[in-house]
Write a protein that binds this ligand. Structure first.
Ligand code: ATP
Length: 314
């Protein structure tokens, strides 16, 4: 592996959080995973990943809840950079990865996966690998890093299958306004899946598929139809593990949200609002009523990981 002088040109990538508009979970597989059918939707709650040449590999994190993010090799952004370097030793060199975090940590919004996708795009550009998003490009690495990393590369609204790593863009119209309620503490994704299996006992479960109603609502850009189709199989187990989350969901619906559900494996709850104004009003009402303390508004869909800044472009 070649080395580069510290402090020369760096690259910043912006990468969005995801919510799942629909998340259908199939039966437990023999390998311990579940097949999923999901509709991913990228929103403009974003992390920024900056990579700069360094003498040694390094990772730093700033932003709300930065202290909850690991700063060792288990950090998915660092793992992604090192994985890419491992197969491109001729061009790659150690980098300092810096994450500026806005996406809630362990909130079911795939923040770690987003950071991994951001690091892949940033290192691809910095090292001049030219992998991009085509066949044999960054998607191959993304799938090895985690189930949600492929979606963070493409963003928009997309149908995910397999463990979520097979991603196909969905036909959609319009933009949607969301209110994102961040709960205190995280929920472990494996624990939520285990609770789902426990609640299902031995009930037979069909192979998961996105519903025709959801895909039709997205094509039409119809808020009421979309609100009626929002669905997450992980909501019941998340509520079972954290009953207070159901109260937050109910409060948002009472306060006028068009729809609401747990995001991914939770504990974040997202509400669909009629427009930007309604989203701001709902966010304020949730805080004023005491139902929530940490609230964001967000718009979707937005693109996946994108380079936003080159320092001293070569
Ligand atoms: P999952 O993808 O498992 O559903 P999530 O979306 O609920 O996760 P993340 O924000 O990705 O939540 O964090 C899950 C865990 O991943 C964290 O508790 C943290 O220990 C670890 N992690 C590793 N790298 C990162 C990263 N760059 N940002 C956030 N968390 C990270």
């Amino acid at each position: 592996m070649i080395s580069a002088s510290e402090g020369t040109s760096g690259i910043s990538v912006r990468v969005p959080a995801k919510i799942n508009l629909e998340l259908r979970v199939g039966p437990l597989r023999h390998d311990g995973y579940h097949d999923l059918a999901t509709v991913f939707h990228a929103v403009d709650l974003v992390d920024h990943i900056t990579v700069r040449p360094a003498q040694d590999w390094r990772i730093t994190v700033e932003g709300t809840d930065a202290h909850l993010v690991p700063t060792d090799d288990s950090n998915l952004a660092l793992a992604a950079a090192k994985m890419l370097a491992g197969t491109h030793a001729q061009q790659a060199y150690p980098v300092h990865v810096h994450i500026c975090k806005q996406i809630p940590v362990a909130g079911g919004m795939a923040g770690g996966s987003a950071d991994a996708a951001g690091a892949l795009v940033a290192c691809d550009a910095l090292w001049g690998l030219g992998l991009g998003l085509g066949v044999d490009g960054l998607h191959e690495y993304a799938a090895r890093l985690g189930s949600d990393v492929n979606f963070a590369l493409v963003g928009g609204t997309a149908i995910g299958s397999g463990r979520g790593e097979n991603v196909v863009p969905a036909l959609t119209a319009g933009q949607y306004e969301w209110v994102v309620v961040q709960a205190e503490g995280g929920l472990s994704t494996p624990a939520v899946f285990r609770e789902l299996d426990r609640l299902r006992e031995d009930r037979p479960v069909d192979a998961p598929q996105p519903t025709a109603e959801m895909l039709g609502a997205l094509r039409a850009g119809d808020i009421d139809s979309l609100a009626a189709c929002l669905n997450n199989d992980l909501e019941e187990p998340a509520f079972s593990l954290r009953p207070e989350l159901a109260e937050v969901r109910d409060a948002g619906l009472m306060l006028g949200a068009a729809g609401g559900l747990v995001s991914g494996s939770g504990p974040t709850i997202v509400f669909l609002a009629r427009d930007r104004h309604a989203a701001n009003d709902l966010a304020a009402a949730l805080v004023n009523s005491g139902a929530a303390t940490r609230v964001h508004t967000a718009t979707g869909p937005v693109p996946g990981a994108q380079v936003v800044e080159w320092e001293d472009r070569p």
